[in-house]
Structures are given as structure tokens and as C-alpha cells.
Design a protein around this ligand. Sequence first.
Ligand code: DX5
Ligand code: ZN
Length: 225
Amino acid sequence: MKEIRIAPSILSADFACLARAVTEVVEAGADWIHVDVMDGHFVPNLTFGMPIVATLRRITRLPLDVHLMIEAPERYLEAFARAGADRLIVHVEACPHLHRVIQGIRGLGLRAGVALNPATPLSALEEILPDVDQVLIMTVNPGFGGQAFIERMLEKVRRARRMIDAIGRPIELEVDGGVGPENAPALVEAGATVLVAGASIFDAPEGPAEALRRLREAIQRVHAG
Ligand code: DX5
Ligand code: ZN
């Protein structure tokens, strides 16, 4: 049975109390912390960059899963590595020289991931899959937290799982956007191994710790049976 990791996305956390928000999900059993970097070009929103990664690095020892929604990410790989990122994910749509970018990430000693927008076909992975540690399937259009999960992506996750299994290497399959206890079981069944969750954890009325426990419980039921 594959281990399923939960990666809370701090995009929906209260930035005024970032340390508290992170500590809460870490203590509730988060596996990774997902960090959404946006540049206002590749996606229609701006968030944060290296200083927040460096701040998170001081708060937690958990792997920092840094999702670069930026054009020409090769300009900043070293800076994010220095800030303390463990995993760097770039979008195939933002990288005409994807192979070089992936080699660059690995050359820095980090895990390398590739992300696909909802409209990007899985065939874009064909030539790069053997070189990556992680595939991220966007299940919303990137740019904002709190959007509705695009149902059709479930089938894409299933097909991505088959492609990864055919390679025979332990590549993480991550889903990002609109993930919560209602769709997490189906995503795990489809073959996802990492669940990113922003709004469903940080905007939950019961609070992030309880929301994370519920998400874990929902997927454990699938696992058990
Ligand atoms: C969307 C980001 C996501 C986002 C997910 O562009 O890549 O990581 O924070 O947030 P939710 O879980 O709220 O859809
Ligand atoms: Zn993300």
C-alpha cells in the first residue's frame, strides 16, 4: 500500500499568524508544506517568494514543496534552494527547455517535479517522466485557492498513475486544487500519493488541525478497505 502524504497549502493560511498556522498543521500530522509561488504573469495572481520559504524553513523541518507558478523559473532555482526548499515543481507550460530546468533542480540536490495545467495533455510528460521525482496534476486552473475541483481531472490522475507505473520508479503523484475529504478518497483510489489542500484545511470552520485529521481519516477508510 502506498503511503499517502498530505501537503497543506499555506496560500489560505492567515499570514499574520503564519508560524502558528504552520505549527498547527505540523502538529496535526501534515507530511509536507506546500508553498505556492505566483508571479502575476504565468498566473493572474501574485503571492510570495524566497523570503517566505526562508521563514517557513525556520518554522518547520517538514519538506517544503515549492510550486513555482512563474515564467522562466530557471532564474530562481538556486535562490529557492538557498532559501530552504526541498522540492521544486515547475510547470511544463512555463519551460520550453524543461529537461534543462529539471537537471538544474536535481543538480542543486533537490527533488524535481513537473506540473500540468488542466488543459495540458499528459502526453507532455512522455519524454521527461524518467527524469522527475514528482508529477503534479492541477485539478483547478492555477492562480487562486478555494476554487472548485474539476471533476474530469480524476480520470487524468488515473491515466497519470498508469504512466508512472509503467516507468517503474517511485514518482510521487500529487493533486492540487479543490481537494478535500469529499474527493480525496476517489483521488487516492485513482493513484494520487500527495494531496495538496488549502481552503479545505485553513478555511475550515473546525480549524486546520481538525480539518487535517478529517482528511486523513477520509483517506484511511479507502486504504483500509
Ligand atoms: C492553486 C495553487 C494551490 C492552491 C490550492 O493555484 O496551486 O496549491 O493553494 O488551494 P485549494 O486547496 O484551496 O484549492
Ligand atoms: Zn499549488
